[in-house]
Design a protein around this ligand. Structure first.
Ligand code: F6R
Length: 611
């Protein structure tokens, strides 16, 4: 996690760095800091714990302003703490001698390096980054040459890193190098800028390149150059941003999370409609040939958190509907298992950011066994898309709130399209059945719209939750996959302990936790198991729990229940969308009514780039 930015050029560095850090803040908000090289070649570092707004206040302080006002070169960092607590000293940038460093990633061998370079008395922070800064400084003292210093230092480091580096006596340059953790670069007239994410580059143009791993970037006002570690100069591979990165505006909503929930119908249209041709699912727009599925005998879905939950829905659809074995494996577990992957396995990697390090590592491992690695990703050009054989982009647009909502919904859309396509290829669906499927998948957008129009009713359902410390979500079958995501949403934004439990499993122990103080949300959208889940809901009600039922279809004994919410009724497999959007709203309103910072929940970051 952590966001980094580097700038050199005609604008005021302080302003560029602060504005960009605000855009990168979703990557971590434990502390923020900037370092600028002013015209007298003085390094001025300003840092503050907490959010970028705190840093801005410090930087507008009259004394601070005077010193850094004229600087056109600097680096900035927003931190998600890994090594060392949330303190000013641990905040980046870190300075050792003539080196000023910002870092996204983890230096795994930092303890060994402290011993090897005798740094014990030299470090002031608890961070691995300062160790790296000290080693850069060690080699700079020997070589006085930035490129040689970087080459030598990088050979010492194990782990992941995206470094932005200032050499205090080179006030006309910003250097960078990376391994795994991302850096994108833009160069325009009289300015150059690097960042962890293209969103921060939006004010500077639309042509950018991804810094290749283990290449030294040297940015000047009028040039950028790339050199590999053997000293060969390389040409950057420029890309164009072809989607709107200027969505970073709440447009009147109090939080991005609400805005993003409300954007879902449009996002769904953008994901579904380009893949429908003459009433049939067509993945040629993604360059996915039918041959990808020929001879495939197994599907393995990898992802983390919400993305992994989307995979569970796909498992339910594909395994039950098409009888193809599907494993859903948490990416961080996948890389330490002996994955059962052959060249006949289709690996589906799901990720909003396309940068989650565990998912990336899993993709790299999977790619050793099969050429059928398909990424379902939102962020265009992200690392996972570049390392997969095929990509289906989910066109959600920028998702800023840390809690994923629209990105999940469009992941589901992509997976449903894949299911529909597979059903046809495997001859489980004839022409008429596929057309019917396509009509349904387009029609569910209306269900989502209905839910969104009814958001105030859903808001009222959350009254009991706001007071709760613990809560349970129960459901069976497909509903169980959905409540895993519903409960994650509630946990992360409202800090209420929320457990998703298979409804039938509760009585085997966990029901001991149910009291009058434990509200239960029972999800009943699947006809086959509706009666069974209802019995389980009655069991918790009998133990004093207040129960909120989210239900599809009639409920004969409705009057006996505390609270019932009727979801728009549809064939079972299509109940997913309205149900999950309802649970997103439940989580959102609960957090809102608790007065929390919904978009930036504590301890979290939007992009998880540490293992
Ligand atoms: C929860 C959430 C996370 C992410 C997870 C994977 O709301 O957003 O659980 O889903 O960190 O991130 P991506 O999808 O970027 O790989």
């Amino acid at each position: 996690m952590c966001g980094i930015i580097g700038y050199i050029g005609k604008r005021q560095a302080k302003k560029v760095l602060l504005d960009s850090l605000a855009k990168l803040e979703y990557r971590g908000y434990d502390s923020a800091g900037i370092a600028v090289l002013n015209k007298e070649s003085h390094v001025v570092i300003t840092k503050s714990i907490g959010k970028v707004a705190n840093l801005e206040v410090m930087c507008t302080d009259a004394d601070a302003t005077e010193e850094i006002e004229d600087a056109g070169c600097g680096i900035g960092h927003t931190r998600w703490a890994t090594h060392g607590g949330v303190t000013n000293t641990n905040a980046h940038p870190h300075q050792q001698g003539r080196i000023v460093l910002i870092h996204n990633g983890i230096i795994e061998n930092f303890r060994e390096l402290i011993v090897k370079f005798h740094l014990e008395n030299q470090l002031v922070s608890e961070t691995d980054t300062e160790v790296a800064a000290a080693i850069f400084n060690y080699y700079y003292e020997q070589t006085n040459n930035p490129e040689e210093t970087i080459q030598k230092t990088i050979h010492e480091l194990q782990g992941t890193f995206a470094f932005g580096i200032l050499f205090a006596d080179h006030k006309d340059c910003v250097y960078a190098i990376r391994n795994v953790s991302p850096i994108v670069v833009m160069h325009g007239e009289g300015e150059s800028v690097l960042a962890s994410d293209i969103m921060a580059l939006a004010p500077f143009g639309n042509r950018y390149f991804v810094l290749p791993e283990y290449h030294i970037l040297k940015m000047k006002k009028d040039t950028v150059s790339l050199m590999d570690l053997q000293g060969n100069m390389c040409e950057p591979d420029y890309l164009t941003i072809d989607w709107d990165v200027n969505q970073a505006d709440k447009q009147g909503y109090p939080f991005f999370m609400e805005k993003e929930i409300m954007e879902q119908p449009d996002a769904m249209r953008r994901t579904i409609l380009p893949r429908i041709k003459e009433g049939m699912i067509d993945l040629t727009v993604d360059g996915i040939p039918d041959s990808l599925f020929e001879g495939m005998d197994h599907i393995c879905v990898i992802g983390c958190g919400t993305a992994m939950h989307a995979g569970l829905v796909a498992k339910h659809l594909i395994q039950q509907g098409l009888k193809i074995p599907v494993d859903v494996i948490i990416a961080s577990e996948f890389i330490y298992e002996e994955p059962l992957i052959t060249d006949k396995t289709l690996v589906i990697a799901i990720s909003q950011s396309g940068e989650t390090i565990d998912t990336l590592a899993a993709v790299r491992l999977a790619a050793k066994y099969t050429k059928r690695v398909l990424a379902i990703v939102n962020v265009v050009g992200s690392t996972i898309t570049r390392e997969s054989n095929y990509v289906m982009y989910t066109n959600a647009g920028t998702e800023i709130a840390v809690a994923s909502t629209k990105a999940y919904t469009v992941q589901l859309c992509a997976l449903y399209l894949l299911f529909g396509k597979l059903a046809t290829i495997k001859k489980c669906y004839n022409y008429a059945k596929q057309r019917e499927f396509v009509l349904q998948i387009c029609d569910i957008i209306k269900d989502v719209e209905k839910i969104l129009q009814d958001k105030e009713t859903i808001h009222r359902l959350t009254q009991k939750l706001v007071q709760a410390k613990d809560t349970f979500y129960i459901g069976r079958g497909l509903d169980h996959s959905l409540i895993l995501e519903g409960s994650l949403k509630l946990k992360e934004v409202s800090y209420i302990h929320a457990e998703a439990y298979s409804a039938g499993e509760l009585k085997h122990g966990t029901i001991a936790l149910i009291t009058e103080e434990t509200p239960v949300i029972a999800v009943m959208t699947q006809k086959k198991v509706k009666a069974k889940t209802k019995s389980n809901a009655m069991e918790v009600r009998a133990r004093g729990a207040s129960v909120l039922l989210l239900v599809a279809g009639e409920l004969e004994d409705e009057a006996d229940w505390d609270t019932v919410y009727h979801l728009p009724e549809r064939e079972d497999i299509f109940m997913t969308f309205s149900t999950s959007v309802t649970m997103q709203l439940i989580a959102y309103y609960t957090a809102l009514d608790k007065g929390l910072d919904v978009d930036k929940p504590r301890n979290l970051a939007k992009v998880v780039t540490v293992e």
